[in-house]
Design a protein around this ligand. Structure first.
Ligand SMILES: [Zn+2]
Length: 115
């Protein structure tokens, strides 16, 4: 006999609270606020207004970012021309020699596929 059974499942989800307004953003929520959050983490340098070498961190909802920084942010529909090429050259500079070799092999394979 085949029948159904109701079970209760516990699930672990990520939850982030905005450090400015206290909005709780849950990963599985339908409002997509969790996916649109801004998380900042940076180690500041010498003579920083935050103190020499301190770690500066914060999690913020998109509404707080828009309210506090919105008028100064550059918001575009897509990356400006050449942006992806610029990123690519940055990756080339930080790759180790063996990583560059693997990347070149990958590019060659992709080029031969196109022929
Ligand atoms: Zn907020």
């Amino acid at each position: 006999m085949l029948k159904t059974k109701v079970v209760t499942v516990e699930k672990i989800i990520n939850v982030c609270t905005c450090d400015r307004c206290g909005r709780v953003m849950e990963q599985d929520a339908d409002d997509w606020e969790y996916q649109e959050k801004f998380s900042i983490a940076t180690r500041v340098g010498y003579a920083s207004v935050f103190g020499d070498g301190n770690l500066v961190e914060g999690d913020f909802c998109q509404i707080c970012i828009q309210k506090t920084l919105g008028k100064w942010l550059k918001v575009t529909e897509d990356a400006p021309p050449g942006f992806n090429k610029k990123l690519s050259s940055m990756f080339d500079k930080i790759m180790q020699p063996y990583q560059r070799h693997l990347e070149n092999e990958r590019k060659l394979k992709n080029q031969t596929k196109d022929i």
